[in-house]
Design a protein around this ligand. Structure first.
Ligand SMILES: [Mn+2]
Length: 247
């Protein structure tokens, strides 16, 4: 079995809320690990993650220990960066053993082709501001400069404030229609890659759980974890389903 989750946003909200979500996520990792060959974390697992060359954010020790335990046991854990946690470094990759991807990937899993992406940098060709932000956030030079200009603690403080603000401005109007640009993206992708068809598209980012089917297209949108945790599972026959996690 292969499991998928996104948008856990660990560390967001007040400490009690953050602890509840982390406890839930740890319970889900244990649940998935019972029969998982692989666990895909499809972006925004952390509400704000920024690694300096020699320093990683504190407060996520339970999660990091659990992820390390899983990779030590031989479970493949694949981490797609989201717009809140794209600044990964050796802590997640080397110490926890995660396989990191910063771009959408097409992978063959259980005999099916899957297109997997967080979903934050897609269908934005006509949105100049988002395109600029996307380039800025992904710039290696700028990241290097930030680590020189800002002491670690002040960057983390700033980042957490930005994350909270960004999330609030997004959660106001959550509705299922927000998945439409990603469905359009998938439809276009399918039309231009008819020679090697994708069986399932997996996206996060919109914080709406949706299992969408139309003729020749299947997209799964992983929801956020603040209220109703959802995850997807790919069974050995290559069927992908969206589920709700009840502890
Ligand atoms: Mn998110």
């Amino acid at each position: 079995m292969i499991y998928f989750a996104s948008d856990v946003h660990l560390g967001s909200g007040d400490p009690a809320a953050a602890r509840t979500v982390e406890r839930r996520f740890l319970a889900w990792l244990d649940f998935a690990a019972r029969d998982a060959e692989a666990i895909f974390l499809v972006g925004d697992i952390f509400d704000f993650w920024f690694e300096y060359p020699d320093k990683a954010p504190s407060g996520f020790e339970s999660t990091l220990n659990k992820l390390t335990e899983l990779t030590d046991r031989g479970i493949r854990v694949v981490f797609f960066t989201g717009n809140h946690d794209m600044w990964t470094g050796k802590c997640l990759a080397d110490e926890c053993g995660l396989e990191i991807h910063t771009e959408p990937q097409v992978m063959e899993l259980h005999g099916k082709r899957l297109f997997i992406a967080h979903g934050d940098n897609m269908q934005i060709d006509d949105q100049l501001k988002l395109r600029l932000l996307n380039r800025m956030f992904r710039s290696r030079k700028l990241r290097w400069l930030v680590t020189k200009l800002f002491p670690y603690d002040s960057l983390i403080r700033l980042g957490r404030r930005w994350s909270g603000h960004s999330r609030k401005s997004h959660t106001k109007e959550i509705d299922v229609e927000m998945t439409r640009p990603l469905i359009t993206y998938a439809r276009n992708y399918a039309a231009t890659h008819a020679d090697c068809p994708v069986a399932h598209f997996v996206f996060g980012h919109m914080h709406v759980a949706r299992d969408y089917h139309e003729e020749g297209l299947h997209t799964v949108h992983l929801g956020s974890w603040d209220k109703t945790p959802t995850y997807a599972v790919l069974d050995d026959a290559g069927n992908l389903t969206l589920n709700r996690f009840d502890e």
